[in-house]
Design a protein around this ligand. Structure first.
Ligand SMILES: [Zn+2]
Length: 147
């Protein structure tokens, strides 16, 4: 797994982001998927669009992903954004994300209708898992300190 950083974050160190990204991968993906994964985490301000905290897109290969995180946000929001976008990476890799950004899984699709962002099933899963991922990461860090 390769993690590349672009731009600057004054809120969280790249080491910490790298740790977090790898930890979330371990929770969300199979080991085979993680091996050749390439993540670019970008804090470039010129990508600021529509007041989003972040977004995720695929790169040249289906194992390359760009996660953009809004630079002006707090450390907590940036960490939550990374967790949220990593759920989208999982959705792409597992084939759960359709071309139109809707969930392809019938089970997940039944959670909500098509249409608005709030009802988009890939977003329901991403928002729903964000705090769980962050809590697990914080516990994992705490365990490392306690040892
Ligand atoms: Zn999302």
């Amino acid at each position: 797994m390769l993690v590349i950083f672009e731009g600057k974050s004054s809120k969280v160190s790249f080491d910490e982001f790298c740790d977090m990204a790898m930890y979330f991968c371990g929770l969300l993906l199979e080991p085979d998927d993680i091996d050749d994964l390439e993540l670019t985490i970008s804090f470039e301000t010129d990508l600021a669009v529509r007041n989003w905290n972040g977004y995720c897109e695929t790169g040249d290969s289906d194992k390359q992903f760009l996660i953009w995180i809004r630079r002006s946000k707090s450390a907590a929001i940036q960490a939550e954004t990374l967790a949220h976008e990593m759920v989208h990476v999982k959705q792409y890799i597992r084939g759960e994300m359709a071309e139109d950004g809707q969930h392809t899984s019938p089970v997940l699709r039944s959670w909500g209708g098509c249409g608005s962002y709030a009802e988009n099933t890939v977003e329901i899963e991403a928002f729903g898992r964000t705090h769980g991922l962050i809590n697990r990461y914080n516990l994992h860090k705490q365990e490392k300190i306690d040892v």
